[in-house]
Write a protein that binds this ligand. Structure first.
Ligand code: FAD
Ligand code: SF4
Length: 492
């Protein structure tokens, strides 16, 4: 999305912003060290599911906000997939207008409390902050975003955006992850009669079934859903579009356009011997049992989970990191990451790798599982792994892992979680044979409009990209909503 610098300039020219810039010199601002967000001690937090970072206090937020130089051309915004007016909300914090800061954020980002916690800011907005060029640590944009959204929620002053008059045109959203929720909010603002259909018994997609409570408390997702409901969005759960009702049936009920946001929830396995042994989970199943079904509170809740003592988690992404930290919290004595490349190639957020290490997670990098070995009852008891070296970069730009012959060895394990990635949910393409999909089964869209090969159907998020990020799913949602609106207006 291109940044509209003229629009930003209007905000920046406000008298109060000018005064703020004059009050403290750029030199003084940039000599202030970045404020570190307080965190709960590793040896305490690795035994419970409460959140790890504690958030900025008001004073810390104001000091950190004062580091921002309110640049005339804020390069940070070019790193944000939804173009948040970053200096705009940060300067509101500096002048202690915290609720106003949240309002600025919400102009372009419907889920700031979520993004402030899970977005990879270090490779997005913060990587583009001017401080990097000065060889200084960037402004803590993510922590400030989280602060503003939390302030609004904790003070019970949650604003909802202005809504256009209801036009009584029905649109359906399939899936309630970040992509679906974004489209729901945008279409409600434009006056549409919006219904979100969700297959599971809770709304939020990966935000509730994947990302654990210690990174993203579910109360935050619920608050965002409540805001959508206050905007008139109808939320329908336990409803599988394509099964509970077909698209044809929904069309007959008056739905004029659809947004497909069914995600990439299908687990991938390595297809190696022994992978079917008992106590080998996909990370999706493992995390869903713990997060959504509250298995860590079994038997108070119905769903159990095996609380392994020696747990190996395969993979190096966020999913693997969430699984291994969950295993530690469930009581594992040895909770290990087994990853075939080295740490510098790991796709997980740097912060999460750092937190995992602090919490006592072992990293067996440059190790690749070859086979699982079971006991007489069919339960996994060992895994055979092979050591790896790194060769030339592959098509992903990362150095290709290469097996070291003769380096195989055995590790004792009683639980394994396979977190090597997921693929697109196959249900919607199966229900719509005329929908064009790629060879990886992602839905084909026009990238400028997010329209699929079926004109009244738009799609975005992981069902289009494969596994990506929350903010990219939301960015897709914004583009799709704009173009769904155009499509409906042109085809009245
Ligand atoms: P999803 O969030 O997957 O939501 C899709 C929803 O559609 C699901 O609720 C599903 O039940 C529903 N659905 C599917 N089919 C149907 C149907 N037929 N009818 C009705 N409903 C249906 N990203 C980050 O930016 N930062 C992170 O730290 C991060 N950590 C992650 C940790 C884990 C464990 C995982 C799995 C992913 C993580 N991601 C992270 C990735 C991010 O969560 C996803 O990219 C994002 O959630 C995709 O959003 P979405 O709306 O496309 O799909
Ligand atoms: Fe502030 Fe950094 Fe953005 Fe400049 S680039 S406006 S200093 S956050």
């Amino acid at each position: 999305m291109p940044v509209d610098y003229n629009e930003l300039k209007k905000d920046r020219d406000a008298e109060w912003r000018e005064e703020l810039r004059k009050k403290v010199s750029a030199k003084d601002r940039s000599s202030q060290e970045r404020i570190k967000m307080p965190e709960r001690p590793p040896q305490v937090r690795n035994k419970d599911f409460f959140e790890v970072p504690e958030g900025f206090s008001e004073e810390q937020a104001v000091v950190e906000a004062s580091r921002c130089l309110d640049c005339p051309t804020p390069t940070c915004i070019s790193g944000c997939p939804v173009n948040i007016n970053i200096p705009g909300f940060i300067k509101e914090i500096e002048r202690r207008e915290f609720l106003q800061a949240a309002k600025v954020l919400k102009r372009t980002n419907a889920l700031p409390a979520v993004c402030g916690r899970v977005c990879p800011q270090e490779s997005q907005c913060e990587s583009k902050c001017i401080y990097n060029r000065m060889k200084k640590r960037p402004v803590a944009i993510g922590a400030l975003e989280r602060f503003s959204a939390d302030y609004e929620r904790k003070t019970g002053n949650i604003s909802i955006p202005e809504l256009a008059k209801n036009n009584n045109i029905k649109v359906a959203i399939v899936g309630s992850g970040p992509a679906g929720l974004t489209v729901a909010g945008e279409m409600a603002k434009l006056g549409y009669d919006v219904t979100v259909f969700e297959a599971l018994h809770e709304f939020g997609g990966v935000l509730v079934y994947g990302i654990p409570e210690f990174r993203l408390p579910k109360e935050i997702v619920r608050t965002e859903i409540n805001s959508l409901e206050r905007m008139g969005v109808k939320m329908v759960k336990n409803f599988i579009v394509g099964r509970t009702s077909t698209f044809e049936e929904l069309k007959n009920q008056g739905y004029r356009a659809f947004f497909i946001a069914s995600g990439a929830g299908l687990p991938t396995f390595m297809k190696i011997p022994g992978e079917n042994l008992i106590n080998i989970y996909s990370s999706n199943e493992y995390l869903t049992r713990v997060n959504l079904m509250k298995a860590f509170r079994f038997p108070e809740y119905d769903t159990p989970i095996v609380k392994g003592k020696n747990v190996a988690v395969i993979g190096g992404g966020n999913t693997a990191m969430d699984s291994v930290r969950t295993a530690k919290r469930l009581g594992a004595e040895r909770a290990m990451i087994v990853y075939r490349r080295s740490e510098s190639e790991m796709p997980a957020r740097i912060e999460e790798i750092h937190h995992a290490k602090e919490e006592g997670i072992e990293f067996l990098n440059l190790n690749n599982p070859l086979e699982y070995i079971g006991d007489a009852n069919g339960r996994v008891k060992q895994m055979k792994v092979q050591k790896m070296g790194l060769g030339e970069p592959d098509e992903s730009g990362r150095r290709r892992p290469q097996p070291i012959p003769g380096s195989e060895y055995l590790i004792d394990v009683d639980t394994v979680v396979v977190g090597i990635g997921t693929s697109p949910n196959p249900l919607i393409p199966a229900a719509l044979p005329q929908l064009e999909v790629t060879k990886w089964k992602t839905v084909v869209v026009n990238e400028k409009t997010m329209q699929t090969s079926i004109p009244e159907m738009f799609a975005g998020g992981d069902i289009v990209r494969g596994g990506a990020t929350v903010i990219l799913a939301m960015g897709d949602g914004k583009i799709a909503a704009e173009n769904m609106h155009l499509f409906i207006q042109e085809n009245k």
